[in-house]
Design a protein around this ligand. Structure first.
Ligand code: PLP
Length: 395
């Protein structure tokens, strides 16, 4: 823990120093009037990030808990669902639905590609009994961005709900739940929310609430009806993670004071800068289209992606992710969420160039790296990092 690394992974992400300070505050009980006031402010502010009039709920769980909550609250065993599977997280959600007794029709999308809205249309026409379409907004294992808005327009014409795992999308790019017509939207704390792992967030549309009331999937911890009743009385159903929620309060305050648009623009700028620099370095972007929340770069011919990321970690103390399963050794993934300063991205590009040359001497010229850094820097200058103010008092 004494070694300092530049964390550039798409979750967990580097935390702002102000968030770290709040995380170190003494424990407080979650039933005190002070915490209850803070908790309610957080619930209200979360609605502004989800851009919904419906309540948003907090589970003390990883993001996958939020994905499970979406399923157990809307499904009954035997229900038919259509799942977009374009990588590891799509697989996970489809497997989870099967675990709870759903019949799952999988739309297998080649990794790195986005699902086409017509595919959803076709499957819904072929399977009129389907009660839900499930998709990631950003499939973090490949870095692709799916056409969520277009899919929502299609599901709106059917009885099927549209459930979206927005864990690497919400807070990173526009995802207005009500305006687009998303029925169930899930987010998590350790991605764009700049917090440690441990909270998931979820909201249900009016169309989804009808399912929530009648679904027969066994549910206890994630039973959103219990949480709704507790929240209506101003409290959390179970012990709130006071530490996480206090830090969330700070992050939401920052997001809303700075404007969500500026937060999104900064992440988009990190993505644009990375892509522009990659071109100068002769590297290709793997997914089409890429999500702004992370950039997945193909490892060049003859260079193993896993070796490349390991070398960046060992020699430059920069941590990026490799690929999993069919992408193992083929890509590196660079995160753009969290408290990333300009110099963190520039250091990452230097580390990348350094390791490429380490593995394949002469792969890059110093002039190429200079041009890449200059391109990236120019873009970053236009959208400076969102600066935080001093940590606030407790309430
Ligand atoms: C990180 C992530 C998750 C959640 O993973 P946990 O480890 O359970 O927090 C789910 N979906 C996507 C797309 C993610 O990026």
């Amino acid at each position: 823990m004494t070694k300092s690394y530049t964390l550039m992974t798409p979750g967990p992400v580097p935390l702002p120093p102000e968030v770290l300070e709040v995380l170190a505050l003494p424990m407080e009980h979650h039933r005190t009037p002070e915490f209850i006031a803070l908790f309610n402010r957080v619930l209200e502010n979360l609605k502004k990030i989800f851009m919904t009039q419906e309540p948003v709920f907090i589970h003390t769980s990883t993001g996958s808990g939020g994905m499970e909550s979406a399923l157990v609250n809307c499904l009954s065993p035997g229900d038919h669902v259509i799942a977009v599977v374009s990588g590891k997280f799509g697989e996970r959600w489809a497997d989870m639905a099967e675990t709870f007794g759903a019949r799952v029709t999988r739309i297998e999308v080649p990794w790195g590609k986005a699902v086409r809205p017509e595919q959803i249309q076709v499957e819904l026409q072929r399977n009129p009994d389907a009660i839900a379409v499930m998709s990631q907004a950003c499939e973090t294992s490949t870095g692709v961005l799916h056409p969520i808005r277009e899919i929502a327009q299609i599901t709106a014409q059917h009885k099927a709900l549209f459930m979206v795992d927005g864990i690497t999308a919400l807070g990173a790019l526009p995802m207005p739940m009500d305006e687009w017509g998303i029925d169930v939207l899930v987010a998590g704390s350790q991605k764009a929310f700049m917090l440690p792992t441990g909270l998931s967030f979820i909201s249900f549309s009016k169309k989804a609430w009808q399912r929530v009331e009648t679904a027969t999937c066994p549910r206890f911890y994630f039973d959103i009806r219990k949480e709704r009743a507790a929240n209506a009385a101003g409290e959390s159903g179970f012990s709130a993670s006071v530490t996480h929620v206090r830090a969330l309060d700070l992050v939401l305050d920052i997001f809303l004071k700075q404007g969500l648009e500026r937060v999104h623009q900064r992440i988009q700028a990190l993505s644009n800068a990375t892509i522009a620099a990659a071109k100068e370095l002769g590297l290709n972007v793997y997914p089409e289209p890429p999500s702004p929340s992370l950039t997945t770069l193909s490892a060049p011919d003859g260079i193993d992606g896993q070796k490349l990321r390991n070398d960046m970690e060992k020699n430059s103390h920069v941590i990026v992710m490799g690929g999993q399963d069919q992408l193992k050794g083929k890509v590196i993934r660079i995160g753009h969420m969290g408290a990333i300063r300009d110099e963190d991205l520039l250091d990452t590009l230097r580390a990348l160039a350094n390791s490429l040359n380490q593995i394949k001497p002469g792969f890059l010229s110093p002039a190429q790296l200079d041009r890449a850094l200059e391109k990236a820097n120019t873009i970053l200058q236009m959208h400076p990092a969102v600066v935080l103010k001093a940590a606030p008092s407790l309430t």
